[in-house]
Design a protein around this ligand. Structure first.
Ligand SMILES: *Cc1c(COP(=O)(O)O)cnc(C)c1O
Length: 350
């Protein structure tokens, strides 16, 4: 009944979205604040009659606004149904193990190996530093058909400086694509989009799910040279011409236009991240320095799974990783001030 390639799939397991009771949900890196007020307004005032028409297949107005906001050309932008879909197009277009395995960090976003299996791409995991930072020199010591890493990395939250990313690009082969997955860059990092004119093989991938509070809309985008972006459009139009629906295009424009809301909400998340990090450290936890909207932290007296279970029993959801090297930790999404205070109380009652 099944294709052979289907029987080989190993699907990604998303974080729990439990419906059995209400939890303080700090397990999937969603934003604790509402989207910009203009999003509600755009959806409320939308003329539903227009839904009988297909959306703009290339979301041109949205792409123009994204380009303008980031100081690049419209031809350097494409949008998709979440950055996960963009990543899928990227893997299809640029990675192919006849030129070596795809390289990514040993501990990173667990969708990367899933897409590799889906497309039949070999991969090689490259070790992090002893202090959990992505190590550029270890990438450069390998040969691969391409390279992908999140910056800040997940689930560590640790950031590579723009200088380090530049150093990597200066040494990496020009005919192989490097993807920087900047899902969390707005929480304290400096974007590699500044480098796309200089390095035509650099692709930056972003999402509306975290810093723009639109995880439910499924919207992501890519920025790179016109050549890379053209390739992504060709993949999109070979798979689904309309990945971004009409309402989401409107929501995305309203969210991107409101720079004040964006800055206010991300600043609140960053301030709370510092408070939670300091409070956990004061309780004897090991807390990795995060520039994301979550912290990766380990309790002094029990492993991540035990912390997860102890917090869940108290109505607080976090995420643990059943993977060698990560078992001491849990990943805790930064919530509202009240949610974070509740988390810290729950930690005291573990
Ligand atoms: C959340 C996340 C994504 C997925 O974002 P969507 O736009 O919601 O699909 C991609 N990469 C990393 C590293 C993430 O943490």
């Amino acid at each position: 009944m099944y294709s052979e390639r289907f029987t080989k799939l190993t699907p990604y397991v998303p974080g729990e979205q439990p419906q059995d009771r209400s939890y303080i949900k700090l397990n999937t890196n969603e934003n604790p604040y509402a989207p910009a007020p203009g999003v509600a307004e755009a959806l409320r005032s939308y003329d539903v009659e227009n839904l009988r028409r297909y959306p703009d297949p290339n979301a041109d107005a949205l792409c123009r606004l994204i380009a303008e906001t980031h100081g690049i050309k419209r031809e350097q932008v494409m949008v998709g149904n979440g950055s996960d879909e963009i990543l899928s197009f990227v893997f299809f277009a640029f990675f192919d193990s006849s030129r070596g395995p795809l390289l990514f960090p040993e501990h990173t976003y667990s969708f990367y190996p899933v897409y590799c299996d889906y497309y039949g791409i070999d991969y090689k995991k490259v070790a992090l530093d002893e202090d959990y930072l992505v190590n550029i020199d270890r990438f450069l010591a390998e040969t691969g058909c391409g390279l992908i890493f999140p910056n800040p990395n997940a689930p560590t939250g640790m950031l590579l400086s723009l200088d380090e990313v530049t150093r990597l690009m200066e040494r990496w082969p020009e005919d192989r694509v490097v993807v920087v997955d900047e899902a969390y860059i707005d929480f304290g990092g400096e974007s590699a989009v500044a480098l796309i004119d200089r390095f035509p093989n650099l692709l930056v991938v972003r999402t509306y799910s975290k810093s723009y509070s639109l995880a439910g809309s499924r919207l992501g985008w890519a920025m790179g040279s016109e050549e890379l972006i053209r390739a992504l459009y060709a993949v999109k139009d070979s798979f689904n011409s309309y990945p971004v629906d009409t309402l989401t295009q409107k929501a995305g424009m309203a969210a991107m236009a409101d720079r004040e809301w964006f800055d206010k909400t991300r600043s609140m998340v960053m301030a709370e991240r510092e408070r939670v990090s300091e409070a956990l450290s004061a309780k004897g936890w090991k807390v990795l320095p995060s520039e994301a909207n979550f912290v990766f932290a380990g309790a002094p007296d029990r492993d991540g799974k035990a912390v997860y279970e102890g917090l869940k029993a108290q109505g607080v959801l976090v995420r643990f990783f059943n993977k060698e090297g990560l078992t001491p930790f849990v990943r805790i999404t930064i919530g509202t001030a009240e949610e974070n205070t509740a988390l810290l109380h729950a930690v005291d009652s573990l």
